[in-house]
Design a protein around this ligand. Sequence first.
Ligand code: EPU
Length: 469
Amino acid sequence: MPATERSKVVDSIATNDLANDARKAGERVGLTGDTIVIRGGKPLRGTVDVRGAKNLATKAMVAALLGETPSILQDVPAISDVQIVSRMLEAYGVAVTSPEDGVLVLDPVNVARAHFAEIDALAGSSRIPILFCGPLLHSLGEALIPDLGGCRIGDRPIDFHLDALRAFGAVVDKSYEGIRITAPDGLSGANIELPYPSVGATEQVLLTAVRASGVTELKNAAIEPEIMDLIAILQKMGAIIWTEPNRTIFIEGVEHLKGYTHRAIFDRNEAASWASAALVTGGDIFVKGAKQLELMTFLNVYRKAGGEFEVAEDGIRFWHPGGALKAVQVETDVHPGFMTDWQQPLIVALTQAEGISTVHETVYENRFGFTEALVEMGANIVVHQDGLESLTRRVPRRKLEQAAVITGPTPLHAADVRIPDLRGGFSYLIAALAAEGTSRVSNLGLISRGYEHFVDKLTDLGADFTVEA
Ligand code: EPU
């Protein structure tokens, strides 16, 4: 088959895979339609509730595997990533129940080996399985990791995870099924320095070190608020963990951990997404549950771009004060920098700012793919794959300098677009809500991976739309 034909076939397989992922993700949370038809040009106004963070709740659920008694997690969002992790835990014998909305009880007393096919079928759409390694090695002596999913935003390797597990004494073998990890001599505390403060690899080390014998020193750790919340959970379970300046974490292994009761930290990414939605639609949204401290960097950029906000006891109000928005220069970074997950919705708002905005993406190698559809909708965005200039980084790292240059303001007009990933997908929604005319946005299910009840929330905010199968 000629190369062009082959690449067309590969593209069409990828498009079908994405549509399947989207359908399954939607079904997991009871979303019936695949396409949202949006009649745009109406400001979003009202209140949305933001509950626990996707990027904490899913990890907290894995942590429950380490306890000898049941754990209770509160403020759990109704999103499909939570559903996937629930099913995976069940496959390993954990009893997962939900006595009331937003509460999960996770009982690990009967943990057992799972059927690989079952894990493989679930893992296809999530990055979380890699985090099962440490807890499974402690309880079963073995972990099998299938091919990992998650958003298509770059290579997303797992080399830091595997190197860390090897440092604890684990043996990593490639099998035809995936990766098989064993610990014939048990797991012992280690000195680990991450090449980059990876969120996932830091969680891997925490979840493994808490029950490894001896002390683990982790240098160049990620210190995102969700990591601190995971540390708080592990401490409640009986772990001994302390942090030192300069991204260093010490973990003293203990033999036994018990279950925890914990309210998940709020979802900073969802809060920032609704804030950008208020800005681009000229609206006014009170994000109940949002907190200032964890959003400090975002709030500075929001203000510089011309957005207004007001911090209240129980949330933050975000609004467009009228007049022109202002261009900003942003660089994504590890915490306390500007999160990579905040850039996509913000870029939609920046299409309406006067002047030239630049967003450098330094965390992932391929997170501007979503801008193509915005250009189709009238935005002036040029992506420079190799970046524009070498900036001084908070954390120096491999060459990831992708930059998007957004020149505005350019009115957005309606289009038919297909959602590529979670955050890009939310951006399409708000672009369509801001655009004049009727847009059709498909692969809607992908948004339910990380935004709970988003269709109901859009209704509450006064959006004009219908959802179609
Ligand atoms: N990396 C490696 N090797 C590894 C691990 C990571 O090279 O073994 C690289 C990645 O390729 C990437 C960078 O390190 O370039 C950062 O990756 P990190 O491990 O920090 O990210 P992650 O744990 O895979 C989590 C969130 C992401 C969020 C990032 C950064 C979850 C489930 N995912 O991913 O969230 O963007 O941290 O904060 O917690 C999202 O919610 O939409 C999302 C993608």
